[in-house]
Design a protein around this ligand. Structure first.
Ligand SMILES: [Zn+2]
Length: 85
């Protein structure tokens, strides 16, 4: 075996766009040490201690919200179990 590592983790493959976005945010925040095998074909991000959260979707701008609306306003209403009038 030519490649050895002291790190063990399960690998989660995400889209290039998602990977690049997370990578850029970590670099911005000075978490570059989490990027292992930096700039090689084996590069991975060790997410230990990092919790992902979703950016809320923007409101759709339609006050009545269509039935298939997935905007953040509807999601917040559902989570709170209350209704907008
Ligand atoms: Zn909506």
């Amino acid at each position: 075996m030519s490649h050895t590592s002291t790190h063990t983790y399960a690998k989660l493959e995400v889209s290039k766009a998602a990977y690049d976005e997370i990578r850029a945010l970590l670099l911005q925040a000075d978490y570059g040490h989490l990027i292992h095998s930096y700039r090689t074909l084996d590069e991975v991000i060790d997410m230990s201690g990092i919790a992902l959260m979703s950016k809320p979707l923007p409101p759709c701008g339609i006050p009545s919200h269509p039935d298939d609306c997935e905007c953040s306003v509807v999601n917040v209403v559902e989570q709170n179990g209350s209704q907008l009038s």
